[in-house]
Design a protein around this ligand. Structure first.
Ligand SMILES: C=CC1=C(C)c2cc3[nH]c(cc4nc(cc5[nH]c(cc1n2)c(C)c5CCC(=O)O)C(CCC(=O)O)=C4C)c(C)c3C=C
Ligand SMILES: [Fe+2]
Ligand SMILES: [Fe+2]
Length: 361
């Protein structure tokens, strides 16, 4: 049969609202083998790598060169942040905490919404997350990508994966998709609160760097709003903190490959700051809802090194919002805002054929 049946559904059952929280994903282990599997899935996604040359050329470069070199290097970086006590990858562990906390917050507020967590690449997969929602009789689905800023390489890729899975369902849920929340007051407030808490311990720096994951500059030229949304987040956060334009910078990190990416690069900025008289720098990564390799290793260790080598004196990384209470409250609010009209509906029992079915069985 081409289409999957809604196995748990019996005519007359109460139908539910479901939320699928989706983050990027992470390897299953900090090993060369696991990295090869993860990077192959990630870098084969045409939303992530949009080559300027035919896809078969990219296939050759990926399988012939990148997947023979990068897994070893990346595995070593992952090993340095891996929680060997069992929690594993920080990105997955934190995403699980966020999922549990959002679910608890909904319960505490007596809001009848079921939630599942999925990863765009690796596990738990989007397919498994959607299937878990399906067996709970979800007929209205909200997809919340854990990316504050929209980028085709991340947000749209989740859309592709969700819609691709739903293509095999007989009864598709009524579906809503959150594109972004880069300028939501609740998100900006949570970021500002986190920075102010950091200042209470570490003092106010000469420069606050707001570092976002980069994408090729070509994506911006071709219409991706990501760059604009990062800058808007940066401006709103600075306004909330009362910083003037000389006290903060928006920069881009995690460059991959040889083409030009969004600039200024975080790395170059950190190397230049000490000579400009900025000896005390703090860095926040507002594009990451959860700490991960790109924040815990690339920023807090590698980039700190560049700054200190260049003559910087004080450097601190302000953690991602993770499962901080105001972040969880905000994400829960985002869910209720986007499901408001569904929540206001009387519980759905739209089965007209319940009795007919009883007679038929
Ligand atoms: C090759 C192109 C890449 C694009 C475009 C890209 C965009 C992008 N990525 C994130 C968030 C994360 N990326 C992470 C890791 C990571 N990113 C790339 C490549 C691109 N990302 C690679 C190859 C990797 C793997 C690590 C490595 O080998 O260097 C992570 C961390 C995942 C983890 O397990 O901790 C995150 C998060 C965003 C937001 C984004 C575009 C806006
Ligand atoms: Fe990335
Ligand atoms: Fe713009």
């Amino acid at each position: 049969m081409k289409y999957k049946n809604t196995t748990a559904y019996q005519h007359g059952d109460k139908l539910k609202i479901g939320v699928l929280l989706v983050n990027l994903g992470t390897p299953d282990a900090p090993t060369k083998k696991a990295l090869k599997i993860y990077l192959k899935e990630f870098l084969s996604d045409p939303r992530v790598v949009e080559p300027t040359f035919p896809r078969w050329v990219w296939w050759l470069i990926l399988n012939g060169i990148i997947l023979n070199i990068r897994p070893k290097r990346s595995a070593a970086a992952y090993a340095s942040i891996w929680n060997e006590a069992g929690a594993g990858s920080p990105l997955l562990a934190i995403s699980k905490q966020q999922h549990q906390a959002i679910s608890a917050e909904l319960n505490n507020n007596n809001i009848e919404i079921v939630t599942e967590l999925a990863m765009r690449y690796g596990n738990p997969s989007i397919k498994s997350g959607l299937e878990k929602l399906k067996v709970q009789n979800v007929d209205r689905l909200l997809v919340l990508p854990l990316y504050p800023q929209y980028s085709a390489s991340t947000t749209a890729s989740i859309f592709d994966a969700v819609s691709s899975e739903l293509q095999s369902w007989r009864l598709i849920p009524e579906t809503r998709f959150i594109n972004h929340y880069h300028d939501h007051a609740g998100y900006i407030d949570a970021l500002a609160h986190s920075v102010k808490n950091h200042w209470q311990v570490h003092g106010q720096p000469d420069q606050l760097l707001m570092s976002f994951h980069g994408v090729p500059k070509r994506y911006l030229i071709n219409g991706d709003p990501y760059h604009c949304e990062c800058h808007k987040t940066g401006r709103l956060l600075a306004e909330k903190l009362g910083l003037n334009k000389d006290q903060y910078r928006v920069t881009f990190q995690s460059i991959f490959g040889r083409e030009e990416w969004l600039k200024p690069y975080t790395m170059d900025t950190l190397k230049a700051l000490p000579a400009e008289g900025n000896k005390h720098v703090q860095i926040i990564c507002p594009g990451f809802a959860s700490d991960c390799l790109e924040t815990l290793e690339e920023i807090a260790v590698e980039n700190k090194g560049y700054f200190i080598e260049a003559g910087g004196q004080e450097f601190s990384y302000i953690p991602a919002l993770n499962d901080q209470p105001d972040h969880i409250k905000f994400l829960t609010k985002l869910v209720t805002e986007h499901t408001k009209t569904w929540l206001n509906q009387t519980p759905i029992d739209h089965c007209e054929t319940k009795n007919l079915f009883k007679n038929m069985n």
